[in-house]
Design a protein. Structure first.
Length: 353
């Protein structure tokens, strides 16, 4: 779960009913509509039945990761110590006592859950390590000549190797949006979104529009313009329905990024690489979530790790400072250390090389 709390179901024996029943308590623990990712070692024995049950009850997404791709499964590593501490060489009187043991272990572990900013920083660190090793999406990619000998790039915040943003960052940004705005869909979304002239409803629809547009560019790879498509959200759609559209469009962009070759270029006022589209997707999602949160009087700021990554990619000349506040200043949403609020700005996404 994205709140760093482990939850599970203990069954007396294996069977097809176990994976079918597992998503229900997970959704009950997160009724806000946040995405749930189920990591499995092997495909289910009845794929059609499992898929139908998942869509009908909890709408989870299933990710199949074999043992050789354990780097993609940070969840599995959390269950190893739990399994050993409660099952290996244990002497339980019966199944109820055996069930109580992992529950006690889970309660102790969940009491020390990590903050979501720490989780985001750890995801970025895992991505950095994968980038250094040239490992992406479960396979080793062919690195251009001289990459291993390249010196770390200098950033205006930290000294670290420049790492292209990817689908994981888009997933994290959309998850932030759902976590912040999901519980507030019953409020009035016709109010202005922060300093924008748009309403909160229209701003949320705009997030979905941009995510879909970026996904289309990556899929079609046009060289001179955006595709002649648009996202049409019905005016009668509820705020919850608009957030579902945002989730769907974010998933399309994430899927396009996950399969895109790093050398791919598509038009965004010039040739833009997949990392640029990922950065723009994250920026649009976080910044407009901030606008909506302001309109709904919600005290929320974009996470610092994602803000820093967006600045590195889209605003290379940004001044030093707290990444979140610098990002808000760069996009005309606040002042920074005496610097006046910007009235016009643009980011640098096109990258021909």
């Amino acid at each position: 779960m994205d709140d760093d709390r482990l939850r599970g179901v203990n069954r007396r024996r294996k069977g097809t009913a176990t994976p079918l029943a597992a998503p229900a308590p997970l959704r009950a623990a997160r009724p806000d509509g946040a995405p749930i990712h189920i990591v499995r070692d092997t495909p289910p024995p009845t794929p059609a039945r499992t898929s139908t049950a998942g869509r009908r009850s909890t709408r989870p997404s299933r990710v199949f990761t074999p043992a050789c791709a354990s780097w993609a499964n940070p969840i599995g590593a959390r269950f190893g110590p739990l399994r050993r501490s409660t099952r290996t060489d244990s002497r339980h009187r019966g199944h109820p006592a055996q069930t109580q043991a992992p529950h006690r272990s889970l309660r102790r572990r969940n009491a020390d859950a990590r903050h979501r900013d720490v989780l985001a920083a750890q995801r970025r660190e895992r991505a950095r390590i994968r980038g250094e090793k040239g490992v992406r999406r479960g396979r080793t990619r062919r690195m251009p000549c001289g990459v291993k000998d390249r010196q770390p790039a200098q950033s205006h915040r930290t000294e670290r190797e420049e790492l292209s943003m990817d689908h994981e960052d888009v997933d994290a940004a959309v998850a932030e949006t759902l976590q912040v705005l999901g519980p507030r869909t019953a409020e009035d979304w016709t109010v202005p979104a922060g300093s924008l002239e748009w309403t909160c409803w229209r701003t949320a629809a705009h997030i979905g529009h941009d995510l879909l547009a970026y996904a289309g560019q990556l899929a079609a790879q046009p060289t001179d313009a955006y595709l002649p498509i648009d996202l049409n959200v019905r005016p009668t759609a509820s705020p919850a329905g608009v957030l579902q559209a945002v989730t769907a469009c974010g998933g399309l962009l994430s899927s396009a990024l996950a399969t895109a070759d790093p050398t791919l270029r598509a038009w965004h006022w010039g040739p833009c690489d997949p990392g640029g589209f990922a950065a723009m997707g994250v920026a649009e999602t976080l910044l407009h979530t901030y606008d909506i949160a302001q309109g709904l009087s919600v005290d929320w700021l974009p996470p610092a790790p994602l803000s820093a990554a967006v600045l590195d990619r889209l605003f290379p000349a940004a001044p030093p400072g707290d990444p979140t506040q610098v990002l808000l200043w760069c996009t005309g949403r606040g002042e920074l250390d005496g610097l006046p609020r910007r009235t016009s700005w643009r980011w640098e996404a096109a990258r021909p090389d």
